[in-house]
Write a protein that binds this ligand. Sequence first.
Ligand code: NAD
Length: 303
Amino acid sequence: MSAKLIKGSEIREQILAEIKKEVEDIKAKYGKVPGLVTILVGENPASISYVTLKVQTAHSLGFHEVQDSQPVDLSEEALLALIDKYNKDESINGILVQLPLPKHINEKKVLTAIDPDKDVDGFHPVNVGRLMIGGSEVKFPPCTPAGIQELIVRSGTVTKGAEVVVVGRSNIVGKPIAVMMMQKAKGADSTVTVVHTGTKDLAGHCKRADILIVAAGVPGLVKPEWIKPGACVIDVGVNRVGEKVSEKTGKPVPILRGDVDFDAAKEIAGSITPVPGGVGPMTITMLMANTLKSLKFKLGIPV
Ligand code: NAD
């Protein structure tokens, strides 16, 4: 058997088209568009390319986008003042501070200074609490877990009553996706187990999973014999295992591998995400979805 591929790169395009259409409709009716500011401190090349991608995506959707680039020696006080300015700016619905920040700035202090109602990354403790409560309390689910849930739902996987096993307990992936899948909600209502470095029988738990979500950061951790035949496998891992020369550009590019032994797993799973092209493309997409949601909350439009 060869599993159905869950292609994040295609699902992303569907979601972006839906967002674009909604932005046009809201603009026509209310004269407003979602506003997103991306604050970048310093010149870390990886951060610059992430920010560029976010800004380009926001622009392509008709958002009001502001890229605020600041020097690496910006003081913590000045960054907090900048956040305060955007917290008060009526044209801005989402504030994103690109991480990592320079060492002299306290990341936690900065992230908690963002107005929770503009925290489209969903990392503010208020939004973490809202996610835990669930239902209509949830404003901004964190982007990678939200993308994982979209992949599961849009691939037609049944979640109600499904055994979901999450490998990894990080604050940005493992914990939030576990909470989201256990809620009594559409695309959830599952029975969730979280496994991690303290788990005794990793393979035994994985073998029970109807939906296996792997976010460990260990290339090839999940072996094909750990997968229940027909299961939906979501591989969040992005691991650089080497370098190759790009056929297109002739420049060196990283070789990426997931946390699942993909070639063998696809013969057993019912559906599976590739790496790259699976979960990866969903994170920025859901950032855009959260920014649109933020405007809708403000305008009183049901989400
Ligand atoms: P993390 O290092 O913060 O957490 C990894 C978790 O996996 C830990 O909770 C740990 O207990 C568990 N773990 C590690 N090794 C294990 C093992 N051998 N057995 C059982 N559990 C083990 O990582 P993270 O930030 O959650 O990211 C995980 C992976 O997902 C990374 O490869 C990262 O690059 C990738 N990632 C991708 C996206 C995306 O595609 N958009 C976003 C976030 C993270």
